[in-house]
Design a protein. Sequence first.
Length: 172
Amino acid sequence: MKRLVLSALAALSLAACATPTVYQAATGPDAVGYSEYRVEPGRYRVMFRGGSSATARQVQDYALVRAAELTLAEGYDWFRVSDRSMSFTSGGGGPRFSIGVGGGSWGRSSGVGMGVGTTFGDSGYGGGAPMASLEVFMGRGPKPPGLDVYDARAVRGSLGGGAPAPAPRPST
């Protein structure tokens, strides 16, 4: 029984490891970071994949920062988000292993149960590492009105050029 408990604790400690989210270029298709591709001049698809501990807001903000950097690098002033999506990935297609232990008591008798399960590939449900995807159209001159239009310099300045956005202060 000690061996079983130690094995279960070891599995739980490995599951508790979290992949950090850093603002950087992704080094591969499943790596944490940003990537983009040019759809046409002045139009890009920008993606940011977070680590397992990232929040949806964090990866959305990092995707906006990357869009702002691209906008400025291409010589534009503002960008419009024409499409956005959020997905949650399992972070790979490898096997997963889980252990469950439970017990109960009914009058004079009691019981203990244990279950073991595995999955292979992506299970298709949320709860994994978040990934934000934006399609942006870039423009020059004064920023047009609209909630989906961003001033590239303002986004880069307010979101810190890749640094996490400051947490809101509690109202007093």
